[in-house]
Design a protein around this ligand. Structure first.
Ligand SMILES: *Cc1c(COP(=O)(O)O)cnc(C)c1O
Length: 228
């Protein structure tokens, strides 16, 4: 496994997908997903130009975050239990997985305590999978409107995890639907919503996701190998 080479390859593919979708490579943010990756390899990735890291478990994030250099952005991408919000509220730059009101209430309260406005993405269960978290698309507006009272939350976009697929075709329409939802929300002028990030695309599907409008991809295995 060669992290440097993997990152280079991923960055090239991101660039090509960006051009195919009429954008520049710089328009796409690469979040390197470092779950189960040892700190040395995380540092190696950062030294190779990774500026964003993503973790999906609170415990693991807390163990590792001490070694992450300042300036590297930290993303929380996993399912977030309400009682764990307090541990990460002052340590992450973006939470990708807001999907329910009680979590919003807790994030708002804890963010107020540390005097910050917490940037979040609303997770959408675009393929209506029973095993996945996320708001159903027909509830999305209602959910986002219900966040209006939370003045310490800023909705910065949407996130989704596409169904597993061997061929890109089946999932392309889900990504396209996400882009449409994202665009529609950007056009509404909700007070604490400022659409900036569409987080979708992982090792198996990031090129399709970018072609359909993702501007933030979360990639683990293509960088750190299958064994993580
Ligand atoms: C693990 C994970 C990823 C990265 O998946 P890979 O297939 O390793 O690229 C992205 N997003 C979330 C939410 C994850 O848990």
């Amino acid at each position: 496994m060669n992290i440097q080479r993997n990152i280079k390859k991923v960055m090239e593919r991101i660039s090509e997908a960006a051009y195919r979708s009429g954008r520049q490579p710089d328009d796409i943010i690469l979040v390197a997903v470092t779950k189960s990756v040892n700190p040395n390899n995380v540092i190696s990735a950062i030294n190779t130009g990774i500026e964003h890291i993503g973790e999906n478990r609170v415990q693991e994030f807390l163990k590792k975050e001490g070694v992450i250099p300042e300036g590297v952005k930290r993303h929380f991408i996993g399912r977030l239990q309400t009682n764990k919000v307090k541990y990460i509220i002052d340590k992450v730059d973006l939470i990708h997985s807001l999907d329910r009101l009680d979590l919003a209430r807790e994030i708002d309260k804890r963010a107020a305590n540390v005097d910050r406005i917490m940037p979040v993405l609303v997770q959408v269960n675009i393929a209506r999978e029973a095993t996945k978290a996320g708001v159903m698309k027909e509830k999305l507006y209602e959910f986002i409107e219900s966040l209006t009272p939370f003045t310490h939350i800023k909705v910065k976009g949407l996130m989704t995890i596409a169904p597993f697929s061997e061929n890109g075709k089946d999932i392309r329409r889900y990504f396209a639907e996400m882009k449409e939802l994202y665009q529609k929300l950007a056009n509404k002028k909700y007070p604490n919503v400022e659409m900036e990030y569409l987080s979708m695309g992982m090792t198996n599907d990031y090129e399709v996701a970018i072609e359909e409008g993702a501007n933030m991809v979360r990639i683990g295995r293509a960088i750190f190998g299958e064994r993580y």
